[in-house]
Design a protein around this ligand. Structure first.
Ligand code: ZN
Length: 118
């Protein structure tokens, strides 16, 4: 095995109602982001059939099994994760966090698709 691929689709917030409700700090902390960020939850409107979402965006994670990974196979999950990051992998969860900060998805959506932060 040379590369392990994972992908998920996250719903995009509706452009018309994306800033419907400001999140509470504890909601933002659910995915490990700085709770002082100004993030929103869409409320739903006639443009999005009252779902709050319109369209999707893909996130992808590629873990190449290189010498750095082989050296830590059989070790702890955190050792493997560190080697993966060193090898250039950006994990799905980190991509979800980034998309929340750019307004391309929501904290609720990251939790729905990827679960709570560890
Ligand atoms: Zn809407």
């Amino acid at each position: 095995m040379r590369t392990i691929l994972s992908q998920r689709l996250l719903r995009r917030p509706c452009a018309a109602c994306r800033h419907g409700e400001r999140l509470q700090p504890e909601e933002i902390a659910r995915i490990g982001l700085d709770s002082r960020l100004e993030l929103y939850r869409p409320t739903g409107c006639s443009e999005c059939d009252f779902t709050g979402y319109s369209g999707r965006i893909g996130i992808h994670e590629a873990l190449t099994v290189d010498d750095g990974i082989r050296a830590v196979l059989g070790g702890t999950a955190s050792a493997i994760a560190s080697a993966a990051v060193a090898g250039g992998t950006t994990f799905l969860y980190e991509q979800g966090r980034r998309l929340c900060m750019t307004g391309d998805t929501t904290v609720d959506e990251v939790v729905r698709v990827l679960g709570e932060a560890d």
